[in-house]
Design a binder for this molecule. Structure first.
Ligand code: SF4
Length: 377
């Protein structure tokens, strides 16, 4: 079941990591020498600036590595959010397997967290080294078991496939290990070369060769077959959840519903404005301490642009575009707005159309980006 979204989502970005992984383009800096207290103070002030009056349905503390924060600061932030916004349906904290233990999980649970997203990435020690991760496969298992014994019942693992020189058998092993742990949610993303990362530079210099596209696609297909056979529902292009454990927070993004993003580099879609915060901790803190937003981008999309974004995002879900809901949400008839995109992709078998929904076909899933491009106005 996918939850009905009535309130808004709140995302809090913690821009610290123990050290930077060479493939990662998320905004984060090494924790050493930073002032977490001052950052968290600014986060709380930024929340005030938004003057949120709508019910907050989900809270997601991500990063970076939120578990880089000293536990008392992380717990203090969670308690503040809980007191401020009350009981939320889903309260997630991203965890780095190298930075957690049962005591921390018990404190998170007591403070109001009911979901963990653990950055596992792979159960292969060599792959974790290639990715520059600080944890080994054993620490992922320990982290999941510690969380389960602390009483957390909604645990997700993030996995990456398609690493340089990876093999199907290695990915199969990672999927097997993830399934054996009895988690509720798995995100499986293929490795992409992000701009301005050490991986991109290595690829440009010929020191890193990305995996063959056919092997990468086969790995994706493997996940699409294996995870549902263990009871996971493939409910978004890259996400699999046991029934009732789909990530409610991310549904806000895929349904193009409002999300307020707090923190350096956080993005918001709120009260018809898309904003992006500055990618610099000091500049961010200074602006917020002066009572100003730290936006570096502010856009007010047209109704047509919102309708286009909504179609692109909805197509990531297996049910695709709910024609009636889309009309209610955007004010547009999707078939009238995108007649050519629908006709073209239906003709080649990438889209399935019924009276009530337009969605990607099984074949279309592998060409999701190209199909989505046709819905961009
Ligand atoms: S992948 Fe995660 S831990 Fe590594 S640098 Fe990026 S945010 Fe930090």
């Amino acid at each position: 079941m996918i939850h009905l979204l009535t309130g808004i989502g709140l995302y809090v970005h913690i821009p610290f990591c123990q050290r930077k992984c060479p493939y990662c383009a998320f905004y984060s800096v090494p924790m050493a020498g930073q002032s977490p207290n001052r950052l968290v103070g600014a986060l709380l002030e930024e929340i005030d600036l938004y003057e949120i009056t709508e019910p907050v349905e989900t809270i997601y503390i991500g990063g970076g590595s939120p578990t880089c924060l000293p536990p008392e600061i992380l717990i203090g932030l969670i308690v503040f959010l809980k007191n401020r916004f009350g009981d939320v349906e889903e309260f997630t904290v991203e965890c780095n397997p190298a930075q957690v233990n049962r005591s921390l999980f018990e404190q998170l649970l007591a403070a109001g967290v009911n979901r963990l997203s653990i950055g596992a990435q792979s159960f292969d020690a060599d792959e974790l080294k290639i990715l520059g991760r600080l944890h080994g496969p054993g620490q992922i298992t320990e982290a999941v078991k510690a969380a389960q014994s602390a009483g957390i019942e909604n645990i997700g693992l993030d996995l990456i496939f398609g690493l340089p020189r990876s093999k199907l058998i290695v990915w199969q092993n990672t999927l097997d290990k993830a399934m054996q742990l009895g988690v509720q949610h798995i995100s499986a993303y293929s490795l992409t070369l992000e701009r301005d990362t050490p991986f991109e530079r290595a690829a440009q210099q010929g020191d890193l060769t990305m995996i063959d596209e056919v092997v990468e696609r086969t790995m994706y297909e493997l996940a699409r077959i294996q995870l549902p056979s263990d009871g996971f529902r493939h409910y978004e292009i890259s996400n699999f959840g046991r029934p009732g454990f789909e990530c409610c927070h991310n549904m806000h993004y895929w349904k193009n519903r409002p999300v307020v993003g707090i923190g350096p580099a956080a993005a918001s879609w709120y009260r018809n404005r898309r904003t992006m915060n500055v990618h610099d901790i000091d500049v961010y803190i200074e602006a917020i301490e002066n009572g100003q937003f730290a936006h570096i981008e502010v856009q007010t999309p047209t109704p047509e642009q919102i309708a286009s974004e909504t179609a692109v995002l909805n197509l990531r879900l297996p049910e695709g575009i709910d024609i009636a809901e889309y009309r209610h949400q955007t004010g547009f008839d999707v078939e009238a707005l995108f007649p050519d995109a629908i006709e073209k992709n239906w003709q080649v078998g990438f889209l399935q159309c019924s009276e009530s929904h337009i969605c990607l076909s099984d074949v279309g899933l592998s060409f999701a980006d190209a199909v989505a491009q046709d819905f961009v106005l």
